[in-house]
Each structure stands twice: as structure tokens, then as C-alpha cells.
Design a protein around this ligand. Sequence first.
Ligand code: HEC
Ligand code: HEC
Length: 337
Amino acid sequence: MADFISEWWSTAIAVITGISILACGVLLWSQSKVKVKIGTDGKPLPAETTGHVWDESLMEQNNPLPKWWMWLFYLTIVYSVGYLIVYPGMGSYKGTFAWSQEGAYEKEMKEGEAQYGPLFNQYLNTDVKQVAVDPKAREIGQRLFLNSCAQCHGSDAQGGKGYPNLTDTDWLYGGAPETIKLTLQEGRNGQMPPMGAALGTEDDVKNVANYVLSLSGAAHDPIKAALGKGKFGVCAACHGADGKGNQALGAPNLTDKVWLYGGGIDNIMETINKGRANQMPAHKTILTDAKIHLLTAYVWGMSNSGKTAVTESEATALKQIASTPVAAEVEVVPASK
Ligand code: HEC
Ligand code: HEC
């Protein structure tokens, strides 16, 4: 066992285990020597008592254990010895079956891969957009999503504070199939440094926050926003001069009404003052290529099912997918187009 720093621990544990089992055996053997005493008339004598008496006449007797009971105990000892020969338990000794937790896990994973691999792999060479309209593939994609992604993005994929909504058409990093796939494979790490000091006073922060609100037409103080506009230059490096964001940096578009951290003035000021650091974990080592392909299609499909021009048959397929909230609005174009 690699967890042991030296063989000493392994040996010590093996010795302690051995002694414990032996001690149990000795204890049993010593106890089995207590016999029922037989009187001269051939009948068992009344059992000895320990001398403890309760409630006037209730006495604790010292009877030997029944034989069958004793043998059960011996059996457990034999069993434990057999167990420790075939399974790991004596220090670092691996057991004749060479069983291990990791081995069992890997075997299960391999069996799973053999059973389900072909199911996933059949889509690997199909274009993402086509996989996205395959009802069976979407069903698989949804299961994978529930297993691997829902804990952060929600089972409806609509996200939450800090976790982007994947069903809309607003993207931090871009919504093209290749970009989504890259996000899943490599992960993402959105970083906005604290900008309060760069802006100046808390009033400056408030002014810029009002300017940010004005960009999306949200309720704001126009005078403060006008004052903040001049300071937005330090933000433009990432969010663009027009505030429309930069997908290469994952800097969000500030002119729409989609907010990763909430659209209130307090949230915006908090972002400016404290900055943000957000991480989407890389999945290339966790999920197979085929699973990532299916998930890419599932995610792409969710945000595109509402507006992509699809053929009539694709539209029918999309409408069958109950989990697609916007499926009813699918735009249908003639198949010949
Ligand atoms: C541990 C939480 C977590 C898990 C698990 C997770 N994500 Fe994410 N994901 C995030 C966060 C946080 C972001 C935003 C990163 C940022 O702001 O830079 C993100 C971003 C994304 C984006 C980019 C969105 C955009 O607007 O560009 C996509 C696509 C995405 N996740 C899909 C998935 C899929 C599919 C899975 C399952 C394989 C998944 N995520 C699993 C936390 C998670
Ligand atoms: C170095 C690049 C950079 C600069 C400079 C920067 N930002 Fe950001 N900003 C980002 C990134 C990246 C995110 C997304 C963080 C995340 O993924 O969690 C972000 C997020 C935000 C958000 C949250 C948006 C939402 O949807 O909730 C606001 C608001 C914001 N920035 C405003 C500003 C303002 C105002 C300034 C100037 C004072 C500024 N940023 C300067 C990179 C930057």
C-alpha cells in the first residue's frame, strides 16, 4: 500500500491483526473448558453463581456457553483467516485475489464503457448540429448533463448567480459548437480584477455602476451615469468601448439584460470593488470525447432550438423534446432550402 511510508507500519498492523485473532481463539478455548458439573447421581449439579443477587432472589449464574454457540465463534475465526488470505487486510499484503478498491472501480468503469461506449461513440463523427436534433442523442445528452453539469448549472441548465444560463443566446465565451466544446474540454476561468482603486472614490464606483446600468436601459441615475461614462475607459480594455464585452476574455456583454451576478446596482458595485474570479472545471479528463461531443450538442441545442432554421422533420423531432422550453417556437423552413 503506497499510503504507508515504511514497511514497519504494514508489519505492525499485520502482527496486531494476527495477535487479535489468536487472542480470540485462546479466549474461546479457555472458556470452553468450563463444563457443566455432574453430581454422583449422574445429574447436572446446579450451576455456580457469581454471588450477585438482585430483587431478593434473582441470581447471576455462571453457565458454560452452549457448544453450538461456541462453534459459531470458532467458525468466525476460521472465516476471518480465510478472508485475510484472499483479500487484503494484513498490512500491505494484497491477498491471493489481488482485489483492490481502485481495481474494482476500474473494472466497473471498463464494463460500463464496453456496454455504453458504442452507444455514445455512434455520434462522435456526426456534426454537432445534427446530433442536436437527434431525439435519442438529446435524451442521452440530458442524462449526461444531469450527472455532470446540473450540480452547477441547474437541472434546467438555467444557471444561477455566478453560473451562466446555458439555454439563452448570451455567451461569455461564445456559442459556436467548437467554442462550447472547447469550454467543456479545457474549462474556463473568468477573471475580473478589483477595479475600485483604479476608478477612485466610492462615488466614482457608483457613477460607473450607473453608467453600466444605462447601457442595458435599466433604471439608473442619468446624472451619475453621465459622470461615470468618462471613467468607463478603464473597463473598455476588457468589456469594449461600447460595453459589448469580449468573448476571448469571457468579459460579459454589459449592454444586454443578462446578468451573471445579478443586475442591481449593489451587485454591479460589488463586482467593480471586489472583482470576480469564476471557474468552469475542465472535463476532458473526466468525460470521454464521445460524451463531450454529446454534451456539446445538447448545450448547443438548448440555446439554438428556438431560433435555428431547421427543416420540417427536424422541427418535429425538436418538438418531441419536452425539456426544450422554446421548442414550440422553432422556425420552420422548407427542406429544399
Ligand atoms: C463546478 C461547477 C461547474 C460544473 C460541474 C460545470 N460547470 Fe459549466 N461553468 C461553470 C462556471 C462557474 C462557468 C462560468 C465560468 C466563467 O465565468 O468564466 C461555466 C461556464 C460554462 C459554459 C460557458 C458559458 C458561456 O456563456 O460561454 C458552458 C458552455 C458550460 N459551462 C457548460 C457546462 C457543461 C456542459 C457541464 C457538464 C459537463 C458543466 N458546464 C459543468 C461551472 C460549472
Ligand atoms: C481585465 C479585464 C476586465 C476589466 C479591466 C474589467 N472587467 Fe468587468 N469583467 C471581466 C470578466 C472576465 C468578467 C466575468 C467574470 C466571471 O466570469 O465571473 C467581468 C464581469 C463584470 C461584471 C458582471 C457582469 C454580469 O453579467 O454580472 C460587471 C458588471 C463588470 N464586469 C463591470 C466592469 C466595470 C464597470 C469595469 C471597469 C471599472 C470592469 N468590469 C473592468 C473582465 C474585466
